[in-house]
Design a protein around this ligand. Structure first.
Ligand code: 13P
Length: 158
């Protein structure tokens, strides 16, 4: 039963990492990326517009930039998660500052949980993730089998 409701996704050794930080946390994330640029350079990096630009300027690492968060960047990253294009995310959201796009922030965090994406919301977690043995291995994460869910729902509606 459990088996048919879940499908597993294989993640290669090169991870696709999303990097996002609110304004009050950007300096922290940029400095963390600089300290860890050797490890990060082994992976594919992307991020919301301003965060991506600042990381590239400081570290020289290529970071594919989406729109700025308040202009839809969080949603673009959420869509990439749904498409299987992101393996894990470092998202330093600011617990002390209200955001105009709070619904987008929530949506991104929610969809990352739905798709079993590891998420670091602070640098301590980011450190643990980056130094995990799984970084150098192929890893399988399990997500609900959405085709099965749709099929079950369609059956119920009949
Ligand atoms: O607002 C953000 C995440 O919610 C981040 O967007 P920027 O990187 O464009 O500032």
């Amino acid at each position: 039963m459990l088996k048919e409701n879940y499908v597993s996704f294989e993640i290669g050794k090169t991870k696709k990492i999303a990097l996002v930080a609110h304004d009050g946390k950007k300096k922290e994330l940029v400095e963390w990326c600089d300290r860890n640029k050797e490890e990060l350079s082994k992976h594919f990096l992307c991020g919301t517009g301003t965060t991506a630009r600042l990381i590239t300027e400081r570290t020289g690492l290529p970071v594919k930039g989406y729109n700025s968060g308040p202009l839809g960047g969080d949603q673009q990253i959420g869509a990439k998660i749904v498409e299987g294009q992101i393996d894990f995310m470092i998202f330093l959201w600011d617990p002390l500052e209200a955001q105009p796009h709070d619904p987008d922030v929530k949506a991104l965090l929610r969809i990352a949980v739905v798709y079993d994406i590891p998420i670091a919301n602070n640098l301590a977690t980011a450190d643990f993730m980056l130094h995990s043995q799984y970084m150098g291995e192929v890893y399988s994460r399990k997500v609900e089998n959405f085709n099965k869910t749709i099929q079950d729902r369609v059956e119920k509606m009949k």
